[in-house]
Design a protein around this ligand. Structure first.
Ligand SMILES: Nc1ncnc2c1ncn2[C@@H]1O[C@H](COP(=O)(O)OP(=O)(O)OP(=O)(O)O)[C@@H](O)[C@H]1O
Ligand SMILES: [Mg+2]
Length: 365
C-alpha cells in the first residue's frame, strides 16, 4: 500500500496544499513550528479517524475557517481514495468519511483500511506511562488487523458504561439489581473473546519484538511484553460467576472493578525486571521503536500488504549507528516512509530520498 498524493484544505496551517510522495523514503524538513508534523497528522487521521494529538476536531480546522478537508490517493489492490471532511454546524464539528466516494458510517468499516504505523516523540509513554496507554496501544493495533475485535471493543465500551451506571444507581433503587444479570452475561461473552484475542496477538507480537529490539539496539536483552488479564479466567461462564461473586464490591465502588478495561501489559527486560525500572532514555526510545516495528510486521503479515510508516522526528535522539539500523530495517522491508526532521542532515545516512521542504505554510520539492 502506498500514498501517492495528499490534498489538504484549510487544515491547520495549510490553506490548500497538494503533496505527492515517493513510494520509498520521503523527508519533510522545515523550521520548528513550520507544519511538518501537521502533514503526518493528516495522514494519521485518514488512517485512524482521530488525531494522535490530544485535541478536538475544531482545533484542526484552520483558525477563522469552518471546515477542513483531507484527501489521500492510495495505490493498493483494495482502495484508491480516502476523504475526511469536518465542518462546523452550529459550532459542532461534523465529520464525514468516504472511501472511494462511498460514505462510511461504521468505525469498523474504516479502521485498518489505510495501513499506517506512526512513530511519534511521545511513544516512550507506551513503556513508561500509566497502564491505560499501552492498553490503548494494543487495542488500536489489534483493531487494525481484526475487525471482530474492534466491533467487540465498541460493544464492550457500551456494556461497561451501562453496567457502571446501573451499579451507581443500585444503592438508591435496590430492586434494579436484577438488571445486572443481562449486563453480566453480555460482559462475560464479550470479555471472553477480547481476552482470548489479546493473548493470541501478544504472543505473535513477542515473536518479533525481542528480535527487532536487539537488531536495532545491538543489545542482547531478554525483552518481552507480558499480558496480565485482571480476571483469572477467559471462560465466559466462569467470568460471569466471578462478576457475581464480586457484585458487592462493584456496587460499593460504583464501578466494574475487574475486566478488559483493567488489564495490564508490562514490558520486562533482563533478570525479569520491568524494563522501565532500568532502561535509559535511548533504550526506551529503541524499545518503543521496536514495538512500532513489531506492529508493522504484524500488520504486513495479516493484511498481506506493506504498511506506510510515518516517523515524526524520532531518530534525532539516537546515535548514528542506531539511526542507521532503524532506517535500514524500513528500507529492507520496502516500506513507504515519510520522515519529518528539523534538518534534512539527520537522514543523510539514506542515499535516495524525496525531499519536501516546508516554508511559509507551503510545501515544495
Ligand atoms: N488550527 C490551526 N490553524 C492554523 N495554524 C495552525 C493551527 N494549528 C496549528 N497551527 C500551526 O501549526 C504549527 C505547528 O505545526 P507542526 O506541529 O506541524 O510544526 P513542526 O514543523 O512539526 O514543528 P517542530 O519541528 O517543532 O515539531 C503551529 O506553530 C501553528 O502555527
Ligand atoms: Mg513536529
Amino acid at each position: 500500500m502506498l500514498i501517492e498524493r495528499l490534498l489538504l484544505k484549510t487544515f491547520r496551517n495549510y490553506v490548500y496544499e497538494a503533496i505527492t510522495f515517493s513510494p520509498k523514503i520521503n523527508v519533510i524538513s522545515g523550521a520548528n513550528g513550520s507544519g511538518k508534523t501537521n502533514i503526518l497528522e493528516a495522514i494519521y487521521i485518514a488512517s485512524h479517524i482521530k488525531s494522535f494529538r490530544n485535541c478536538i476536531d475544531r482545533d484542526i480546522i484552520q483558525w477563522g475557517k469552518n471546515e477542513y478537508y483531507i484527501s489521500v490517493d492510495v495505490k493498493s489492490d483494495v482502495i484508491s481514495t480516502i476523504e475526511v471532511g469536518v465542518s462546523l454546524r452550529d459550532e459542532h464539528p461534523e465529520k464525514k468519511i468516504k472511501i472511494d466516494g462511498k460514505e462510511i458510517k461504521k468505525i469498523s468499516d474504516f479502521y485498518g483500511i489505510l495501513n499506517v504505523v506512526a512513530f511519534f516523540p511521545d511513544d516512550t509513554a507506551i513503556i513508561s506511562g500509566p497502564p491505560d496507554i499501552i492498553r490503548r496501544y494494543f487495542d488500536s493495533l489489534i483493531s487494525k488487523v481484526d475487525k471482530e475485535y474492534i466491533e467487540l471493543l465498541t460493544s464492550f465500551k457500551k456494556i461497561i458504561k451501562n453496567r457502571n451506571r446501573l451499579l451507581k444507581d443500585i444503592p438508591q433503587k435496590r430492586d434494579i439489581i436484577k438488571q445486572l444479570d443481562i449486563w453480566d452475561s453480555m460482559f462475560s461473552d464479550c470479555t471472553s473473546t477480547l481476552v482470548k484475542k489479546r493473548k493470541y496477538y501478544i504472543e505473535n507480537y513477542n515473536i518479533y519484538f525481542k528480535t527487532l529490539y536487539n537488531e536495532i539496539s545491538r543489545f542482547n536483552d531478554n525483552i518481552i511484553i507480558q499480558y496480565h488479564p485482571s480476571l483469572f479466567t477467559e471462560n465466559a461462564e466462569d467470568i460471569k460467576n466471578e462478576l457475581i461473586s464480586r457484585r458487592n464490591i462493584d456496587i460499593k465502588m460504583g464501578t466494574t472493578t475487574l475486566g478488559p478495561h483493567r488489564d495490564m501489559y508490562v514490558v520486562y527486560g533482563n533478570e525479569n525486571k520491568t524494563f522501565k525500572s532500568y532502561a535509559s532514555t535511548g533504550q526506551r526510545r529503541l524499545a518503543s521503536i521496536a514495538m512500532k516495528l513489531s506492529e508493522v510486521s504484524i500488520i504486513d503479515k495479516v493484511k498481506k500488504s506493506k504498511s506506510i510508516v510515518l516517523l515524526d522526528d524520532v531518530l534525532s535522539e539516537l546515535d548514528v549507528d542506531r539511526r542507521k539500523n532503524v532506517l535500514q530495517k524500513l528500507i529492507d522491508g520496502h516500506h513507504q516512509v515519510i520522515i519529518t526532521c528539523a534538518s534534512s542532515n539527520d537522514v543523510t545516512i539514506v542515499d535516495n530520498f524525496k525531499h519536501l521542504k516546508v516554508v511559509n505554510n507551503t510545501v515544495s520539492e
